[in-house]
Design a protein around this ligand. Structure first.
Ligand code: FE2
Length: 341
């Protein structure tokens, strides 16, 4: 059984095909994407949609070619059994492009559609590509920062940001230092230089409120410190990372204790940060838990997670026709009733 998945919640236009008859990572036949990037500034929704429209045909062609190569037969869209698309949550302009491509493919192939919640897909792909069975997910990306785990029929949010996502915080901070988008990898490099140079940590506002975190106070404080010119950019990058990641892992650890779960997985583009991975590993070791980190390809936004989650949902009887398919930019993780586990 083949499922084609389309990811378009934010900067990534991706298409993947998964094969339900294959096991583990081998189920993923292809995972093709084209990512919207800027030299300066962030994402402009209308330009983002233009990008997704412009690359859609090319990405679909590449995905079919790669999958055909793997299966050693010439695949067309008519060989696909269902079409999954990320219908929520995300930037409306971007979601609309994915929704349109999915509906178009559904109409010409007469195959059902599976609307997939992007945040849940980050968790489901980790269950496919790592040994984790019932983990707590620390989902750390640009717009989303949530600690999610399965409990009583839903993936529930046990902690989240009260203001900006961790990635948006890092991008906004990086922009103040003249970095392009995404700024996270450059901030990590600066932080590594600070460690090499043994630059001291600069105390920053540590904001954990109950099970939630907030980054607004730290951002304002960093803005002031940059203007004061009393610290090097490297020192500020190092201190921002240490503070923000400690906040995320404190909440994750508390969620693990509350849910009595002993597996942690990471998801989201910020989880590619090697310091966050290292701190997560240390936290898990300290509480005799296991930490699993999918390959970077499955941490960042990708269509394989949409295709895989769509396939699992389809097998459980969850699908709609093209007329009923819609996007839902503000759907929350715990709005979705999980009947496929
Ligand atoms: Fe994501």
């Amino acid at each position: 059984m083949l499922c084609l998945g389309i990811e378009t919640t934010a900067h990534t236009f991706g298409i993947s095909l998964v094969d339900g008859t294959r096991q583990g990572k081998d189920a993923i036949l292809c995972n093709v994407k084209d990512v919207y990037k800027t030299e300066q500034g962030g994402m402009i929704p209308s330009e983002l949609a233009d990008h997704h429209v412009a690359v859609s045909q090319k990405v679909l062609r590449q995905a079919l070619d790669v999958a055909s190569e793997v299966l050693k037969k010439n695949l067309t869209v008519h060989d696909i059994d269902c079409i999954a698309f990320s219908n929520a949550p995300g930037i409306g302009n971007a979601l609309r492009v994915g929704g349109f491509v999915a509906r178009y493919l559904s109409v010409i192939t007469n195959k059902p559609l599976v609307p997939v919640n992007h945040c849940i897909a980050h968790l489901e792909i980790a269950r496919l590509v790592t040994p984790a069975k019932d983990p707590v997910l620390l989902y750390a990306s640009g717009a989303n920062t949530q600690v999610i785990a399965y409990d009583a029929g839903k993936y529930r949010i046990f902690g989240e940001t009260l203001d900006m996502g961790i990635g948006n915080f890092l991008d906004s901070f990086g922009r103040l230092l003249g970095m392009g988008f995404p700024a996270g990898p450059t901030i990590q490099q600066y932080a590594e230089k600070a460690v090499e140079q043994k630059l001291p940590y600069v105390p920053l506002p540590y904001s954990v409120k109950g099970m939630d975190v907030s980054f607004g106070g730290m951002f304002t404080n960093l803005k002031r410190k940059i203007a004061e010119k009393a610290y090097t950019p490297e020192q500020l990058c190092y201190s921002a990372q240490e503070t923000a990641f400690a906040m995320l892992l404190e909440v994750s650890e508390r969620a693990m204790a509350h849910c009595q779960k002993n597996e942690l997985i990471l998801g989201g583009g910020v989880a590619c940060n090697t310091r966050l991975k290292e701190m997560a590993k240390l936290m898990c070791e300290a509480r005799n838990a296991t930490g699993h980190v999918p390959d970077n390809e499955f941490l960042v936004d990708n269509a394989a997670m949409i295709a895989w989650t769509g396939l699992v949902m389809f097998k459980a009887g969850i699908f709609v026709t093209a007329e009923k398919a819609d996007i839902n930019p503000y759907e929350r993780t715990d709005d979705v009733v999980v009947t496929w586990r």
